[in-house]
Design a protein around this ligand. Structure first.
Ligand code: GSH
Length: 162
């Protein structure tokens, strides 16, 4: 919804494609754009961006004349990250409680572990990588530092599995 509102505010022409949950989860074409099978995804020519916060930052950079982002970026980053890291994850638990089980702590941990492993596999598959060593090579070749969020996200979970 936020990326949609941002596009409307920018005033650029766009096509809104509604994707239902079932399609997002099962359609191979959609999953090639968004490996987790969730919405939203922005396709802008050859550029594909998922994650609402990333889409908003991308649009702010792409259309500076729309002044979506303040000059002073620190508070923008803070609130965007808070919304997607903290607020959104809490809301997802509210919207999809069944995903977290009703069988106590052990069952909850098992579900969460499976979810973390699913995320790790989706990242590695999307990047075409197998091992943590491949990931380090990928990071080096693409100009990511070890501290960049993408590298950290994949390596945190990846390192323990390889
Ligand atoms: N962190 C992602 C979360 C994406 C997300 O979970 N989207 C929800 C809709 S708000 C979704 O597609 N849910 C369907 C599902 O999880 O099956 C983002 O900000 O884009």
């Amino acid at each position: 919804m936020a990326p949609h509102a941002a596009l409307a505010e920018i005033g650029v022409a766009y096509e809104l494609v509604e994707i239902d949950r079932e399609t997002a989860q099962t359609d191979a074409t959609y999953r090639s754009l968004n490996p987790l099978g969730v919405v939203p995804t922005l396709v802008d020519g050859d550029t594909v961006v998922s994650e609402s916060a990333a889409i908003l930052l991308y649009l702010a950079d792409r259309y500076p004349e729309a002044r979506l982002a303040p000059e002073e970026r620190a508070q923008l980053y803070r609130w965007l990250v808070f919304m997607t890291n903290t607020m959104q994850t809490t809301m997802l638990r509210l919207f999809y409680p069944e995903r977290y089980g009703d069988g106590g702590v052990a069952a909850h941990m098992e579900i969460t572990r499976g979810e973390a492993e699913g995320l790790r596999q989706a990242i590695m598959r999307k990047l075409g990588l197998q091992t943590a060593t491949d990931l380090m090579r990928y990071a080096r070749e693409n100009g990511f530092t070890f501290g960049s969020p993408a590298t950290l996200a994949a390596s945190r979970t990846g390192a323990s599995a390889h």
